[in-house]
Structures are given as structure tokens and as C-alpha cells.
Design a protein around this ligand. Structure first.
Ligand code: ME8
Length: 509
């Protein structure tokens, strides 16, 4: 048994959550659930980033205080977690008093270690990124990520000696080639380090909405420093015993590439300065794009997954996310492709497999799973396919290949459908070939049970439903990964017929 600590970014509350937030949270949930299935001790953290310019501006625009704004918005982000059926262990808000106090202690430690000094800064600031830009990194004078014009800022600030960590960071990257995954993101971060690191301003003088710098209350701590520390502060006050010693360092921080530099460079440097171990891995997934562009709140081109979840439940959305877009790469999403995939793969492949298997067992064997006559349960022709699906899904999930693992599971779904065609139980029944029919029906029920274990992390509700339809009560089926091995279904289990799992979506011409 190992430990597994996974985090999502903490999301800005300047605007409503969108599919990108639901995506990272779902991805983290899939791996958290998978590691629980393996028997690992798991801690899964998500939350909201509530300080800074962006949030202050959003509140001002609405005529409310930043605190009121954050309190209102946080409900929507918590709702996303519930809607996608995520099983986070804690939800951190950076306005939690415990987080604020921890951040202050953390930066004090960096200061005691000689890494913080006073200086002044002037430059072009993009408030959507909460970061300074140098002119040559702008595109036609505009922020490359947000397409908005940065404004000139000049301030006396407290600085963090990031430059002092350049060599140690580069060494850490070279000694840990899987620190950042996938590989091209690792290369990107390392080449950024190799180009040389400048010291960074870690406080803001003009902003009020933030955590006060403990030794200079005229300034607040830079929102990115405040935010990054959440991954560690949460373990100090979330419910649970000894969370810091049990779970730090984090196993995976998950995010998209927009915030790689903050996590791949500033965060490890801050940790080194304050004397903490570095996270084991960052996993950088791609952007979901709509109409060819990255979705973003600032650009206003978002696909709203929540009506789809209302209508079809969380599982089809969870499935679609990792099936449609290769996890780790950018990819297009849209409601049409959601519906097409739902019909082809959920209604047809999986839904039909379940309903026809159950109805044949009801029709030919009164709804009780027959014992495979004349052979042991594990001499089925499907044993090797089930074992391959299990082994491949496991190794891919361990490597965060969420799309590859799901493909291995789906290959098994397709195999089961082919098996129905090959065996043609209706012909066996007609010909009175009882032993062959018993074996086939047992295999279908057992194949579905194995599938329920393998699919559990992706589609928890569906997986529970399949288990109960093949007669497995919640106590028998704890979804432990080892339950995916073939032959554990007891003959005699009583099947439960039910409505189609995924009724087809009628698509208007
Ligand atoms: O950056 N496709 O918050 P944020 C995929 N508060 N993922 C997407 C996405 C898209 N189109 N859009 C957003 C912040 N995401 C900071 C983080 S962490 C210490 C502070 C996801 O609300 C993805 O995970 O802008 C991305 O990294 C994150 O949302 C950015 O969320």
C-alpha cells in the first residue's frame, strides 16, 4: 500500500466555473479513485484562489466587496465538484484564516533564509495572468494568453531571490526526468530554467485584497505565492491525522500548460527556500478547445458542461472528457461530438452489451447466473482478454495515461460484444446446447462484473449499476482493483433487469 496525494489548481473565483475546471477536477478524481481501488492511502485536494487583482476587479465591477464576491462564487465551484461526482478530501479556500496564517509563516521562513529583499519594479502587467511581461513576449503589444493590453506598473516591492535557485532547480530536473510529465512539458520548463531566472516580486503595494506581508502591512503577498502554498497549507488544517507527514510531498499536481512555469519553477524554488521536499510530479494536461481556441473566461468562448451533466448524469461527461481528447494533449470538444460519442459508445457498445446480456440470462436461465458446465469459471476464452485489459489499464493509469487506459477498457467492451456475436446464445438455446450456453452466459455476466471494476474510476455511477445488475451487492463489490481478476463471480447470483443505462439521444437532423 502506498500513498497518493493529488491536487488540482485552485481556481480563480473572478468568474463562473467552466468545462476546463470540471476537466482537471474530473481527471484528478479518476486517478484518486483508481489509487483507492489499489488500496493506497489517498488525499485529493481542490479549491479556490480568491485573492488578487483579478478577483478584486470582478468584485468592483459588480459593486460588492471581494469577500462578498468570493463567498458567492465559491458555492459554484463547490457545486462543480459535486456535479462531476468528484471525491475530494478537502476544499481549500485561500481566504481560510489557517491558510493565510500559514502563508505568512512560509514567507517568513524564506526571509529568514535570506531569500527575500526589497527592490522596485516597473513593467507591463497583465492582470488576467497576474504576471509581468517583457515587451518581446507580447503579441502585437497584447498578452499572448488573454489578448488584452497589459498596463504599466511601477512599485516598490519585496522580491524573492529566484535566481539563487537556478542551479538547484536545473539539477533537480536533470536528476528527476519525470518531475514534469509529459516529456515535452518537462523540456519546456527545463529550457526556461536554462535561459536564466530573474528574481521575482512577491508583494503588491497597490492592491488591498490579499494576505498582508507579515513584516510590512502596507503590502500584500503576490497572489501566486499565496496560491501555490495552498498545496501544503491545506495538509496543516484539513480534517485528518498527521496529513503533512502522511502525504507531503504531493504525488501529482495536475493542471494545464498555462500555469506550468508557476508550478515548475516558482513553486519548487519557494519550497527549497522554506526547507520542504519537492512534489514528486507535475502532470500537465492539454487545453480543451472550442472552435479552435483555448476556452477561457476572459475570452468568453466556453462550452457549458453543466446542462449536459444535468441531463445525462456525470458519467457520460466524465467518459467523454478522456475519450474525446487524448489526455496530455490539446483537443476540440463540443456538444455534437458529445452526443455522437454517447450514442455510439455508451448507448450502443456498453448499454446494449449490458441489456442484452442480462435479458438473455433472464430469458434462458430465469435470471440466475449459471455455473459454466464442464469447465472451471477461469477457463473461459475471455480470460486472456480480461487479464490484458486489466494489466494495460492499470499500467496506463499509473502513468496518468487516462485516454490510453480507457481505450484498453473499451477494447474489452468491444471484445464482449464480439463474443455475443460469435457464440450466438440464441442459436445455442435453439440447438439445446446447454453446456455451451451456460458457459457463454456465465462469461458475459463475469465480463460485465470485471468491466464494472475497471470502469469504476471513470464512471462510478455506471459501475455501481452494472455491479448491482449482475447481482453483486455493495458489500461484495468494493471495487478493489484486485476484484478485476476473472472467475470471482459466484454462479447463482441473481441478475436484476432494468431500464437502459444510456437511452439513445435523438439527434435532430
Ligand atoms: O490559473 N482546458 O486558475 P484558473 C483545460 N488560480 N483545462 C483548463 C482550461 C481549458 N480550456 N481552462 C482552464 C489559475 N483549465 C490559478 C491557479 S494554482 C496554485 C492557482 C483548468 O481558474 C486547467 O487546470 O485560471 C488550468 O491550469 C486551470 O483550469 C486554470 O484555472
Amino acid at each position: 500500500m502506498g500513498k497518493f496525494y493529488v491536487t488540482t489548481p485552485i481556481y480563480y473565483v473572478n468568474d463562473a466555473p467552466h468545462i476546463g475546471h470540471a476537466y482537471t477536477t474530473t481527471a484528478a478524481d479518476v486517478v484518486a479513485r483508481f489509487h483507492r481501488q489499489l488500496g493506497d492511502e489517498v488525499f485529493f485536494l481542490t479549491g479556490t484562489d480568491e485573492h488578487g487583482n483579478k478577483v478584486e476587479q470582478a468584485a468592483t465591477a459588480r459593486g460588492v466587496t471581494p469577500r462578498q464576491h468570493a463567498d458567492e462564487m465559491v458555492g459554484k465551484f463547490k457545486e462543480v465538484v459535486r456535479k462531476v461526482d468528484a471525491t475530494n478530501d478537502f476544499f481549500i479556500r485561500t481566504t481560510d484564516a489557517e491558510h493565510e496564517a500559514f502563508v505568512q509563516r512560509f514567507v517568513e521562513r524564506c526571509r529568514e533564509n535570506g531569500d527575500i529583499f526589497e527592490g522596485s519594479y516597473s513593467g507591463l502587467y497583465c492582470s488576467a495572468c497576474e504576471a509581468y511581461y517583457i515587451e518581446e513576449n507580447l503579441v502585437d503589444g497584447l498578452c499572448p494568453d488573454h489578448g488584452t493590453a497589459p498596463s504599466f506598473m511601477e512599485e516598490k516591492n519585496h522580491f524573492f531571490r529566484l535566481s539563487a535557485y537556478q542551479d538547484r532547480l536545473a539539477q533537480h530536473y536533470r536528476a528527476n526526468p519525470d518531475f514534469v510529465k509529459p516529456r515535452h512539458r518537462y523540456n519546456e520548463a527545463l529550457s526556461f530554467i536554462d535561459q536564466g531566472l530573474d528574481d521575482i516580486s512577491i508583494s503588491r503595494a497597490t492592491l488591498k485584497w490579499g494576505i498582508p506581508v507579515p513584516w510590512d502591512h502596507s503590502q500584500v503577498i503576490y497572489v501566486w505565492v499565496d496560491a501555490l502554498i495552498n498545496y501544503l497549507s491545506a495538509l496543516h488544517y484539513a480534517p485528518g491525522d498527521d496529513l503533512v507527514s502522511r502525504f507531503w510531498p504531493a504525488t501529482y499536481h495536475m493542471m494545464a500548460q498555462d500555469i506550468l512555469k508557476f508550478h515548475g519553477i516558482i513553486w519548487p524554488a519557494l519550497l527549497l527556500s522554506a526547507g520542504y521536499e519537492l512534489p514528486e510530479h507535475l502532470f500537465i494536461h492539454g487545453y480543451l478547445k472550442l472552435g479552435g481556441e483555448k476556452m477561457s473566461k476572459t475570452r468568453g468562448n466556453v462550452m457549458d458542461p453543466f446542462p449536459l451533466i444535468e441531463e445525462y448524469g456525470p458519467d457520460p461527461f466524465r467518459f467523454y472528457c478522456f475519450r474525446e481528447v487524448n489526455f496530455g494533449q490539446d483537443g476540440m470538444v463540443g456538444e455534437d461530438s458529445f452526443r455522437a460519442r454517447y450514442n455510439a459508445e455508451l448507448a450502443n457498445d456498453l448499454g446494449n452489451l449490458l441489456s442484452r446480456s442480462v435479458s438473455m440470462i433472464v430469458k434462458y436461465r430465469g435470471g440466475a447466473v449459471p455455473a459454466p458446465a464442464g469447465r472451471t469459471p477461469d477457463s473461459s476464452p475471455l480470460v486472456a482478454d480480461a487479464a490484458a485489459a486489466e494489466a494495460t489499464a492499470k499500467s496506463r493509469l499509473e502513468e496518468m495515461e487516462l485516454t490510453g487506459a480507457l481505450e484498453a477498457i473499451w477494447e474489452f467492451v468491444r471484445r464482449l460484444n464480439r463474443y455475443v456475436e460469435e457464440q450466438a446464445p440464441w442459436k445455442l438455446a435453439k440447438a439445446g446446447e446447454d453446456a455451451a450456453l451456460d458457459g457463454t452466459l456465465y462469461d458475459l455476466a463475469e465480463g460485465l462484473r470485471v468491466l464494472a471494476v475497471l470502469l469504476h474510476a471513470y464512471m462510478p455511477g455506471t459501475s455501481r449499476e452494472i455491479m448491482s445488475r449482475v447481482g453483486q451487492t455493495a458489500e461484495i463489490a468494493d471495487f478493489a482493483w484486485q476484484e478485476a481478476s476473472w472467475g470471482r463471480l459466484e454462479p447463482g447470483a441473481t441478475l436484476v433487469a432494468g431500464a437502459p443505462l444510456f437511452p439513445r439521444i435523438e439527434i435532430a437532423e
